[in-house]
Design a protein around this ligand. Structure first.
Ligand SMILES: [Zn+2]
Length: 471
């Protein structure tokens, strides 16, 4: 078996792993995830680069979850001639309908906005590129094959797939692949996808898998520990109290799928427990609104505490003034609110979408607070805010950063180092090979070293992008 890492090697976005196996005398190739690179011009170039093999030669794609950095280039793959099935869980199937269409829409809007600015002589630098159209997304959706968790499915003779719960976002899965190659023993190959934090809001704990020959594991936070949920709550309550007292707004950039729902459930739960007073919350992202409805639809897949919070809010709807913004005019009207509002909007790394407008209107005022709750990739606008830049360029114009910037790490949808090691401890025997992916270089190397030291596993590899490994 050969695995080639086309992305998420030495970085956190662009998860795309090609697996080549020898079955009945023929090499057969499939992909696990087909994600978009995110964060600046370099990412765009990688998204545009041709595959090292023909898309038509791929048998199928296994998708761990709906986040764009794992799914976002699928329409491009299908447009380039891939016509096989894309396997995912049922909730992922529903989320992709929202996420991929939104991705096509955002790309088109970015191009059109840049072209208008260029015509008016107000755009500097290169124009953005749309990677695919709405029509190409619609064709891709017809290729999705939804499966249940725990349902073992033969994909082609010699390859069996079972999805287990990764506890990261709605529908997120660990892909368990049993592969019977010519003349070889049965091999179990596990792709972790993104592993959730134990005891986090909304999702259940990740499933433990007992055995594997090959493990491909994420390492987003492989070099650090998250704050406890208690500390995170204290910090969040502190920022909200002080900003509301100062008469400012709170702007929270949040991934529309997953993070927005976690924040909502946490804020409502803090009100339920009397830690926060009545709140006015605006969720300004059509995609987040749709994902919140889906979260209610898949209520049975949520953890116990979130189910209880949701039931409480249904009985006490006046406790939080929660509004979902649909149209653009309403969204722009939020710019007139000078204080007392919590605005949750996407994209999570601040690079596109309505959040950019909210930052443009709220960054210049010192009484406002920007609360960052998610990972900010190198090169993204969110990362520059975390790095305390004094000014940023939005829509081709300079904006001063006067608002306070707060990073609240404990809400992460990703396990920290201890969480990842705990998940690996579930394997009863040392896997023959462990690949550490989906982390910035420092994070992956610290985590690989932790696996060698704490678990005493010997064959731990940090793959290089585009390199092929036999295992
Ligand atoms: Zn993810």
């Amino acid at each position: 078996m050969k695995i080639q890492f086309l992305g998420a090697a030495g970085e956190v976005t662009g998860s795309r792993h090609s697996v080549e196996v020898l079955l009945a005398g023929k090499p057969r190739r499939f992909m696990v995830d087909y994600g978009m690179f995110q964060g600046g011009r370099e990412a765009t170039n990688k998204n545009l680069e041709p595959l090292p093999f023909s898309p038509k030669a791929l048998e199928f794609v296994v998708l761990t979850h709906a986040h764009i950095d794992h799914s976002g280039l699928l329409p491009r793959l299908c447009a380039q001639g891939f016509s096989g099935p894309i396997y995912c869980t049922k909730a992922t199937f529903e989320l992709l309908k929202i996420l991929l269409l939104d991705s096509a829409h955002l790309q088109r809007a970015d191009v059109e906005r840049a072209e208008r600015k260029q015509k008016a002589g107000k755009w500097r630098g290169e124009l953005p590129v749309a990677l695919y159209s709405r029509e190409e997304v619609e064709k891709t959706l017809t290729q999705l094959e939804p499966l249940d968790y725990g349902e073992s499915t033969g994909l082609i003779p010699g390859v069996q797939l079972e999805f287990r719960n990764a506890g990261h976002i709605l529908g997120s899965a660990i892909a368990v692949l049993d592969i019977q190659e010519d003349g070889a023993a049965l091999k179990r190959c596990i792709f972790s996808g993104d592993i959730g934090m134990r005891g986090k809001v909304l999702m259940p704990d990740p499933d433990v898998i007992q055995n594997a020959d090959v493990v491909v594991v994420e390492s987003t936070y492989g070099d650090r520990m998250h704050r406890s949920l208690k500390d995170t709550e204290d910090e969040l309550v502190g920022v909200i109290d002080s900003t509301m007292t100062a008469g400012g707004n709170i702007v929270m950039p949040a991934f529309a799928v997953g993070r927005t729902q976690e924040i909502l459930f946490l804020l409502i739960d803090l009100v339920r427990r009397g830690r926060l007073p009545h709140l006015s919350i605006w969720v300004d992202s059509p995609m987040a609104t749709a994902a919140t409805h889906l979260t209610q639809h898949f209520f049975a897949q949520l953890d116990g505490q979130s189910q209880a919070t949701f039931e409480w809010f249904k009985k006490n709807p006046g406790a939080v003034d929660l509004r979902f913004i649909a149209d653009v005019e309403e969204s722009k009207a939020l710019n007139k609110i000078k204080g007392g509002a919590i605005i949750i909007s996407a994209s999570g790394m601040c690079d596109a979408g309505r959040i950019v407008h909210h930052l443009a209107s709220n960054l210049p005022r010192a009484q406002n607070a920007i609360v960052i709750t998610g990972f900010q990739a190198y090169g993204s606008l969110g990362r520059r805010l975390v790095d305390k830049v004094q000014k940023v360029r939005l829509f081709g114009e300079e904006v001063a950063v006067k608002a306070s910037i707060h990073t609240i790490g404990g809400l992460s949808a990703h396990a920290d180092q201890a969480g990842l090691l705990d998940w690996l401890r579930g394997f009863e025997q040392e896997p023959k090979t462990v690949f550490v992916v989906h982390g910035e270089p420092e994070s992956s190397s610290v985590f690989a070293e932790a696996i060698r030291e704490e678990l005493q596993w010997s064959n731990v590899i940090i793959p290089e992008r585009l390199h092929t490994y036999s295992c």
